[in-house]
Design a binder for this molecule. Structure first.
Ligand code: AMP
Ligand code: TRP
Length: 345
């Protein structure tokens, strides 16, 4: 069986509020890829329980991510939108990938070190093995492209390492079963590009905008009202200088660079174009323009998300239908993978 050549897979965890970083770094790109690719977008609920075992209202958190996908413009009829735990094959392939991946590979993962913090001995085994599950998510569909924010780069390199080791270690069997000379799993390409691959906190330009940052003023949530968005941008930390006229002028100004990047991503321009447009202007002018743009782009998503969340049965039926369609692909892959491993039955 030939490999798909333009299949996209990506996932978002149903933990906490979705923010502007998730939207610009991931969801907006998911939307853009729909015309050119066959897309599979997943709410990764199995990942959600790795850091914190008992989740508050996991069902509604799962629906909320699905609602954000759809409200942002993902078409669940043309593409696949589902939640991970409904397709059991994710867990099965993740187990096998735990046996492909090496301890040393996982020990290098910086996200584990950040999330586990000082008390790594007390982190769950699931948190440590999380990148194997992520590789399974992607390779179960033999996806060729994965749009993500910059923080996922290392996990995608690990996914490539797992695919390459599997293809290499099982090369003979893969050929024997007629899966082609190019190997069974694709060496996936990350899609990490554009002006907002790493949106920073509005309060500290060297910290990533994140769900887990205690201060809500540090991020713009997709569920924020227009007033909250405007207030957070008005209060965003900046320096006293006007905007420069070249990109080099932003190099040592992380807060200014971040706001320019956000403006660029929201308006679909490059940061360079935004810098030329606002060269020499003060933040007193730039911030209201940014707030207006952010509200214009985010308010319709917010409204649509609320409508969807008022109808949870509808969202559930979209996820169940997506899971049915995902399962067809996943089961075929697992049948072939079991054959390659040589399991009986
Ligand atoms: P998570 O919320 O960790 O499940 O992340 C979901 C997606 O959003 C992933 O593709 C992340 O890389 C992306 N993402 C998270 N935070 C940011 C950020 N501050 N800037 C850009 N992308 C982000
Ligand atoms: N690890 C990703 C994150 O924290 C979420 C994720 C899980 C993912 N599986 C994936 C992203 C597969 C892309 C592809 O953001």
């Amino acid at each position: 069986m030939g490999q798909p050549t333009n299949r996209v897979f990506s996932g978002i965890q149903p933990t906490g509020n979705l923010h502007l970083g998730n939207y610009l770094g991931a969801i907006k790109k998911f939307v853009a890829l729909q015309d050119s690719h066959e897309c599979i977008y997943c709410v990764v609920d199995l990942h959600a329980v790795t850091a914190q075992l008992v989740q508050d209202d996991l069902k509604n958190q799962t629906r909320e991510i699905a609602a954000a996908f759809i409200a942002s413009g993902i078409d669940p009829a043309k593409h696949i939108v589902f939640n991970q735990s409904q397709v059991r094959e994710h867990a099965e392939l993740a187990w096998l990938f735990n046996c492909v991946a090496r301890m040393g590979w996982l020990q290098r993962m910086t996200q584990f070190k950040d999330k586990a913090g000082k008390n790594a001995q007390n982190a769950s085994v699931g948190l440590f093995a999380y990148p194997s599950l992520m590789a399974a998510d992607i390779l179960l569909y033999r996806a060729t492209h994965v749009p993500v924010g910059d923080d996922q780069k290392q996990h995608l390199e690990l996914t490539r390492d797992i695919a390459a080791k599997f293809n290499n270690d099982f090369a003979e069997k893969i050929k024997e079963f007629g899966h082609g000379d190019e190997g069974y799993f694709p060496i996936t390409d990350p899609i990490i590009e554009g002006p907002a691959t790493r949106v920073m906190s509005l309060r500290a330009g060297n910290n990533k905008m994140s769900k887990s940052e205690p201060s809500d003023m540090s991020r713009i949530n997709l569920t924020d009202s227009a007033d909250d968005i405007a207030k957070k941008i008005r209060k965003a930390k900046t320096d006293p200088e006007p905007l420069p006229d070249t990109m080099e002028g932003l190099a040592e100004r992380p807060e200014a660079k971040n706001l320019v990047g956000i403006y660029a991503a929201l308006s679909g321009q490059t940061s360079k174009a935004v810098v030329s447009e606002f060269a020499g202007q003060q933040f007193g002018t730039f911030k209201p323009a940014l707030a207006e743009l952010a509200v214009e782009k985010l308010a319709p998503i917010n409204t649509e998300m609320r409508k969807l969340m008022d109808n949870p049965d509808h969202v559930d039926s979209i996820l169940a239908d997506g899971a049915d369609r995902a399962r067809v692909i996943a089961q075929q892959t697992m049948k072939e993978v079991r054959e390659i491993f040589g399991f009986l039955g």
